[in-house]
Write a protein that binds this ligand. Structure first.
Ligand SMILES: Cc1cc2nc3c(=O)[nH]c(=O)nc-3n(C[C@H](O)[C@H](O)[C@H](O)COP(=O)(O)O)c2cc1C
Length: 332
């Protein structure tokens, strides 16, 4: 059973794996695409050390793209991080050059979505259109105005994100099953939903509310093909949403399973004014390096473990194929 998202992206099942910094490498992405979904390479895909050189960053992505191609001939995507101004960073523009050169068919664009900055910025929109690259757009701050702008710009799929998600959370606390029908009523274009979708019940609920695809991150952390550290996978399997702590951090909020740095993050949140709390926590979390430490290397003393509320629904470490077969049972 196909639908508009499957048709536009050329995939078998309406399930998209969300990019996760450090944690969505070629093996995971290819496994998702081979199982019938859309795999997406995220920032620092396949890496263990950060480089601050934009050319090296892009060349690393080129190697990872080629690795995906050795493992699958199915469609896959690469993430382009938008900006909160008109033009993207030099890192994103270098990766875009590689995406064009390597003829990657799909990009996931993170737009910022805040007032005055809706939709995809020109610097990404025009080259993608010119080269026929399909744009899946997920705004860090989904809103009716942002969704309408993406529709007008000709994006292929809009991803609405609920406050239940893992990773960098939206600044407006609208839960997944509240934001989905709100955005559905605002746009006619293909719509995916992110935030807490981790089993067949949440998948069915998403489709009942008008989603045409599910967009999942947390679900793909504790799978066999994930590069996540084994102790983190074990922690995910035995945790529920009740275990999560939440605090302000760049850009707005973050959640983590309790690690040794969490009391400091909560204390900053409780005691400092908003902007100071975000800055202090951004520093204490070690920026993007913090996710590498906590989740890729499994250092629960110095890092954090970002997951969404759907963590309650993950009870064992399965293969990507098993997970996708479970969620997509109604589409067979
Ligand atoms: C550990 C982690 C890292 C993430 N890193 C990124 C990222 O680098 N870029 C991005 O666009 N989204 C990132 N996300 C968000 C996911 O792509 C996806 O939108 C989100 O996980 C969906 O919600 P769920 O976790 O409830 O499934 C991250 C999510 C997690 C859990």
């Amino acid at each position: 059973m196909s639908n508009r998202v499957c048709e536009v992206l050329g995939i078998k099942y309406p399930i998209i794996q969300g990019p996760m910094s450090w944690l969505t490498n070629a093996e995971l992405v290819a496994a998702v695409s081979n199982a019938g979904g859309l795999g997406i390479l995220g920032p620092n895909a396949g890496q263990t050390e950060l480089t601050k050189d934009p050319v090296e960053t892009a060349e690393r992505m080129r190697r990872e793209i080629r690795k995906v191609r050795e493992l699958t001939n199915k469609p896959f995507g690469v993430t382009l991080i938008g900006s909160n101004g008109e033009f993207s960073s030099i890192f994103t523009l270098k990766i875009l050059d590689v995406v064009i050169e390597e003829k990657v068919p799909i990009v996931l664009i993170n737009s910022f979505g805040k007032e005055g900055n809706y939709g995809v910025e020109k610097g990404l929109l025009e080259p993608c259109k010119e080269h026929g690259i399909k744009m899946v757009v997920r705004s860090l701050q989904p809103s009716i105005a942002d969704a309408k702008k993406c529709q007008e710009q000709g994006a292929s799929v809009y991803v609405a994100t609920g406050f239940d998600e893992g990773g960098t959370m939206p600044g407006v606390a609208i839960g997944t099953f509240s934001i989905l029908p709100m955005i559905r009523d605002a746009i006619d274009m293909p719509l995916a939903i992110a935030g807490g979708i981790c089993d067949i019940r949440t998948t069915r609920a998403a489709f009942a509310l008008g989603a045409e695809a599910v967009f999942c991150g947390t679900l793909f952390l504790a799978v066999k093909e994930s590069p996540c550290a084994d102790n983190v996978k074990d922690l995910i399997v035995k945790s529920t949403a009740e275990d999560l702590v939440m605090f302000r951090a760049p850009f707005d909020y973050y959640r983590s399973l309790p690690t040794a740095i969490c009391p400091t993050l909560i204390e900053n949140d409780n005691n400092l004014p908003t902007e100071e709390a975000k800055q202090a926590n951004g520093k204490a979390m070690g920026g993007v390096g913090g996710m590498r430490l906590g989740m890729l290397l499994g250092d629960l003393e110095h890092g954090y473990v970002s997951v969404g509320n759907g963590v309650s629904l993950i009870h064992e470490i399965k293969s990507v194929k098993e997970v996708i077969d479970d969620l997509m049972a109604d589409f067979k």
